[in-house]
Write a protein that binds this ligand. Sequence first.
Ligand code: F6R
Length: 261
Amino acid sequence: MAEVVIVDSVGSAGEVAADVVQRLVAERPDAVLGLATGSTPVPLYRALERRVAAGGLDLSRLRGFALDEYVGLPEGHEQSYASVIRREVVEPLRLDASAVHVPDGRPQDIETAGARYEAQLEEAGGIDLQILGLGTDGHIGFNEPGSSFASLTRVKTLTEQTRRDNARFFTSPREVPMHCITQGVGTILRARHLLLLAFGEGKAEALAAAVEGPLTASVPGSAIQLHARVTVVVDEAAASRLARADYYRYAWANKPSWQAV
Ligand code: F6R
């Protein structure tokens, strides 16, 4: 079962998630972090940024792999995940840019881009900690409903719902790309630890389905139930549909001190 941590604010969620990253880096300064984009991981990245700026955390040896990328955005587009990762993660967290990878979303050679990314991941020794957000349609990465639990990095077509959800980052909804390249559900399940974050009422239904619903490709996030080490950090609003919320609070409050997150 996933460890579900319900906190009272998005800010505290960022701190709890940053503790998980900091503990990993203390053990392994050159750990491999799987990086999500979108709004959800921002509180985590800002918490890490504050710790780095205060001199309490050095992430300069950390390696990173983004979960996904849009296909076909012009090179250097400010909403490409390569740009977002550079702006939101690499620069503020003072990572080594040459050690941070994003799937190649350029149309040329796109048919081999998934296999190339998988080879890079393997060469790096796999992901130690994968940060995940959750789509309102239950996706993780850009694995839309129906994605195989065995899937590896490949091109997917975004659902209309995801394109609508992400239109806020673009000047017009039509500008949101139709296709993306994403780590597969199978790729995500190979990471040694999953850290899923979700905030707000809009995620409540998808979160309950992912954490407590049946295992189904119709809710790709439910694949986390197959993983032995999952930490889910959510606010009260996102937790509002969880049937076992009281138990998760009780388990967190009584967590033995010898048990690391
Ligand atoms: C982003 C990603 C997606 C998002 C999800 C939630 O790299 O893989 O799964 O995590 O779409 O997006 P936000 O956080 O913007 O609500």
